[in-house]
Design a protein around this ligand. Structure first.
Ligand code: HEC
Length: 152
């Protein structure tokens, strides 16, 4: 019995010393307020997030068709509405072409990823998945706050 206690003590030490990996408090998570769910850009983005999830699931299950469907759906994602694009253009000014450029890079990477999954090339799939994640996050880091201000 004593041994069990010692073991438990050691375990809780491990748990507490790795306690730095607490999830971020909810207000730090970049999710728009729930009353903006009807915003087309946000709706589109939630869909892209789900497609990225399908890509990861496909990788874990080695289901190449699932990876392809996720990537193709990103490559074919719907256009941002005219109203939102106009508001973003005004808000970003000189930076607007860079915003559009990042969207184009996402399309290109997603298209390459769909092709790699058709060819069942796991090495390329992993490289392109990571590239795609970076492409998405670059736009978020650089533009998300400003674009939100312009839309809400
Ligand atoms: C060209 C810029 C740009 C690119 C590229 C981009 N995003 Fe976004 N994303 C945004 C902006 C702006 C918002 C904030 C939208 C809002 O709050 O209405 C956002 C928000 C999000 C959100 C949060 C939605 C929510 O609930 O508030 C998710 C998830 C998301 N993007 C996923 C992705 C994924 C996945 C990709 C790549 C496949 C991607 N985005 C590529 C600009 C971009």
């Amino acid at each position: 019995m004593k041994r069990v206690y010692v073991l438990l003590g050691a375990l809780s030490l491990v748990v507490f010393s790795t306690g730095t990996q607490v999830p971020a408090p909810i207000e730090e998570i970049q999710t728009a307020p729930s009353d903006t769910l009807d915003r087309p850009l946000r709706f589109l983005m939630v869909g892209l997030g789900q497609d990225m999830g399908r890509i990861s699931d496909g990788i874990w299950h080695e289901d190449y068709e699932m990876v392809r469907l996720g990537a193709q759906s990103i490559a074919d994602h719907p256009k941002i509405t005219r109203e939102e694009i106009a508001a973003i253009k005004i808000a970003l000014g000189d930076q607007f072409p860079a915003f559009i450029g990042l969207d184009q890079v996402v399309h290109q990477t997603a298209t390459q990823l769909a092709k790699a999954s058709q060819e069942r090339n796991m090495e390329d799939i992993l490289r392109l998945q990571s590239q795609l994640t970076q492409n998405c996050s670059t736009c978020h880091t650089v533009f998300r706050t400003e674009v939100r201000k312009a839309l809400y």
